[in-house]
Design a protein around this ligand. Sequence first.
Ligand SMILES: NC(=O)C1=CN([C@@H]2O[C@H](COP(=O)(O)OP(=O)(O)OC[C@H]3O[C@@H](n4cnc5c(N)ncnc54)[C@H](OP(=O)(O)O)[C@@H]3O)[C@@H](O)[C@H]2O)C=CC1
Ligand SMILES: Cc1cn([C@H]2C[C@H](O)[C@@H](COP(=O)(O)OP(=O)(O)O[C@H]3O[C@@H](C)C(=O)[C@@H](O)[C@H]3O)O2)c(=O)[nH]c1=O
Ligand SMILES: [Mg+2]
Length: 296
Amino acid sequence: MRVLVIGRTGQISTELLARLPRAGHEAVGLEPPDFDMTSAAQVDAAFAHYRPEAVINAAAYTAVDRAEDDRALAFAVNATGPHLLGEAAARAGVPVVHYSTDYIFDGTGGRPYTEADAPAPVGAYGASKLAGELLLHLAQPRSVTLRTAWVCSAHGNNFVKTMLRFGKERPEMRVVADQHGAPTFADDLADAAIALLPRLAAAPAGDRCFGVFHLTGQPHTTWHGFAEAIFAGAAARGQAAPKLIPITTADYPTRAVRPANSRLDCSRAAAILGIQAADWRAGLDRCLDALKETRP
Ligand SMILES: NC(=O)C1=CN([C@@H]2O[C@H](COP(=O)(O)OP(=O)(O)OC[C@H]3O[C@@H](n4cnc5c(N)ncnc54)[C@H](OP(=O)(O)O)[C@@H]3O)[C@@H](O)[C@H]2O)C=CC1
Ligand SMILES: Cc1cn([C@H]2C[C@H](O)[C@@H](COP(=O)(O)OP(=O)(O)O[C@H]3O[C@@H](C)C(=O)[C@@H](O)[C@H]3O)O2)c(=O)[nH]c1=O
Ligand SMILES: [Mg+2]
């Protein structure tokens, strides 16, 4: 299929553009400064030019703290963008795969969230992403939102790379141990979207394959638990690891509030889409190997 990917050098878009051709698809990725999905004219021009058979939106405003002071841009990219893509996709009759976030929940629940749980974002990023989910599905019901969390990869900015960078400079690292969730590797998320394409292209509106699905890695951990695994993996590859100190959220003030419970129940994606939550420890190994190869 001819697939239009929104995003080109982001974590998930990089993996999509590497993997789509291997799966037999033709892919093009668009991002600023060449393309701005908040512009209706640019979205329409991209559809007219590329005539895609499917769209995967892997673009977003992902700077969680900055979004608090930059709400207008966060909402333009994360809400208006998916809305415009949905409208253009509906006119063209093509399905959309979109990604959203655990941060649409407030994180006060005591168990993993299901798709039936009520969203209640506590920050601007989460609020803008929730608006995007709703606007996309209103504009194009033949769309899938994969709600994921804690995305990492060898490309782009993420917690793995932050830990490795700071870990080299500091003897000790303090990392929050009371926020629970599951890391998810961008290559697994790209593969999930690609696997869906043929089914979505054939399915009529109203088919149960459309809608919102939770998809993260497994098993659940905390940011501190994830940092332990990162530094164990780095040490196994000959890199010095700092002393890791567990702290509470209150010990690590940030501009935006993060949910304490980011755990997503992924059983619906397994049951309906046949997509399983991948073990993030395998993803971390791939990521650390890739980073080691590219280290100067
Ligand atoms: N990162 C995470 O931890 C999580 C991410 N997600 C979701 O997954 C998806 C992908 O995230 P990730 O790969 O980490 O994102 P990145 O931040 O790595 O990449 C974002 C991409 O969006 C592009 N972009 C930004 N603004 C626009 C615009 N106006 N028009 C077109 N493209 C634009 C960026 O281009 P440029 O580089 O030029 O700015 C970049 O290619 C997003 O929907 C995100 O909300 C969900 C849960 C966790
Ligand atoms: C760097 C650092 C972070 N932390 C904490 C802060 C925060 O609670 C947690 C993760 O930090 P980050 O800044 O990577 O987290 P953050 O940018 O909030 O990551 C989020 O990004 C968006 C896009 C999503 O959609 C979410 O799923 C999630 O991945 O770790 C420490 O405790 N110690 C540290 O040294
Ligand atoms: Mg870029």
